[in-house]
Design a protein around this ligand. Structure first.
Ligand code: FES
Ligand code: FES
Length: 171
């Protein structure tokens, strides 16, 4: 019988307490236990980036982590990046408007990677975007529209940040 542990973590703002086998990967936990199938599995050994999620604000490959290692952590999957059920995240809007995806298999991992990337580098060059996404493989797009969408997303996020700063100083 496989050994189990009880873990407590926040997933997309919801507190979860679950008893899991110690060898269960975080990706399988999210997909099979919590039903968050937006986290995709491609290679299952850390190469393709499809399983990327945010763990305590940093992008990580959930196929390379065990669920028990996430105990006490804060996780955001692609299902949790939009502010609500009717509004897309600005990065999602930019990908929609610039045709930054085709089959969409790589997209959840790219979006979660970009949340951290654009937070750390709000005004990247095209080359920096390509380097930032070099760990996320896409079989469909040839990357050009992904890069275009990312640069557009960066512009949108900068505009929001300027608006919120002006809003707070004008009070
Ligand atoms: S499925 Fe995790 S990196 Fe490919
Ligand atoms: S859009 Fe199909 S793998 Fe990237």
């Amino acid at each position: 019988m496989s050994e189990t542990r009880t873990i407590t973590l926040n997933v997309n703002g919801v507190r979860r307490e679950e008893t899991v086998p110690v060898r269960l990967t975080l990706a399988d936990f999210l997909r099979h236990r919590l039903g968050l199938t937006g986290t995709h599995l491609g290679c299952e050994h850390g190469v393709c980036g499809a399983c990327t999620i945010l763990f305590d604000g940093r992008s990580v490959r959930s196929c390379l982590m065990l669920a028990v290692q996430a105990d006490g952590g804060d996780i955001t999957t692609v299902e949790g990046i939009a502010p609500d059920g009717k509004t897309l995240h600005p990065i999602q809007e930019a990908f929609r408007d610039n045709h930054g995806l085709q089959c969409g298999f790589c997209t959840p991992g790219i979006l979660t990677t970009l949340i951290e990337f654009l937070r750390d580098n709000p005004n990247p060059t095209e080359e920096e975007v390509r380097i930032g996404l070099s760990g996320n493989l896409c079989r469909c797009t040839g990357y050009q529209n992904i890069v275009t969408a990312t640069l557009d997303a960066a512009r949108r996020l900068r505009a929001i940040s300027v608006r919120s700063v002006s809003g707070s100083t004008s009070k």
